[in-house]
Design a binder for this molecule. Structure first.
Ligand SMILES: [Zn+2]
Length: 194
């Protein structure tokens, strides 16, 4: 997507961004970067700043360690679903438990706007639960619109970067053929040379 600008909270050099609001889900998953070995949801101050910028955190405090732990588990739940979207195995029951618990605890709130438009958002909840409701609603909308299947985790198990497959065939399996594919090839080459 040459010339496409993405919001500043989108992690990494994103070459395959999903449309909003699915971009939120993609970026949440990509707060963990297997290649750079970095995690934006480890340090409370860094996590607060990223989650706030992405509109997933509205509290005047940093997340507690237990909340960050929950956020990281929710992230891996979603990643397991994206692995399946990429042609990998379906998520195991244990993979989905965190998201199921978040959905169960969720209190979504319906609103009717001045134009009569009915919308649903996060109701009163803890800051993290509200953020997870926002992500779950984005997933629900994408599943209904048919864009969900295009959000995939990279086929390279050491990478698992979430990318949006815009290809006509929807058969893309790599976050970036040029960079990720080359990294694997180089690794294999090194292994063979050893
Ligand atoms: Zn990759």
């Amino acid at each position: 997507m040459a010339g496409m600008t993405v919001p500043s909270w989108v992690p990494g050099q994103e070459t395959k961004p999903a449309p909003m609001p699915l971009l939120l889900v993609q970026s949440f998953v990509n707060t963990w970067d297997g290649d750079q070995r970095s995690d934006l949801l480890l340090d409370p101050a860094a996590a607060r700043s990223w989650l706030t910028a992405a509109g997933l955190w509205h509290a005047r405090r940093a997340p507690e360690p237990a909340e960050l732990d929950l956020a990281r588990r929710a992230r891996e739940s979603i990643r397991a679903m994206l692995v399946a979207n990429g042609g990998g195995p379906p998520p195991r029951p244990a993979d989905l438990r965190t998201l199921q618990a978040a959905a169960h605890a969720a209190r979504p709130a319906l609103q009717v706007g001045p134009d009569g438009q009915v919308s649903v958002g996060a109701g009163p909840a803890s800051p993290l639960d509200a953020g997870l409701v926002t992500l779950l609603l984005a997933i629900r909308d994408a599943q209904r619109e048919g864009t969900w299947q295009r959000l995939k985790a990279c086929g390279n198990p050491a990478c698992r970067w979430a990318f949006y497959d815009r290809s006509h065939s929807r058969a893309g399996a790599w976050c970036d053929m040029a960079t990720c594919g080359n990294r694997i090839k180089n690794r294999r080459l090194r292994q063979r040379q050893h």
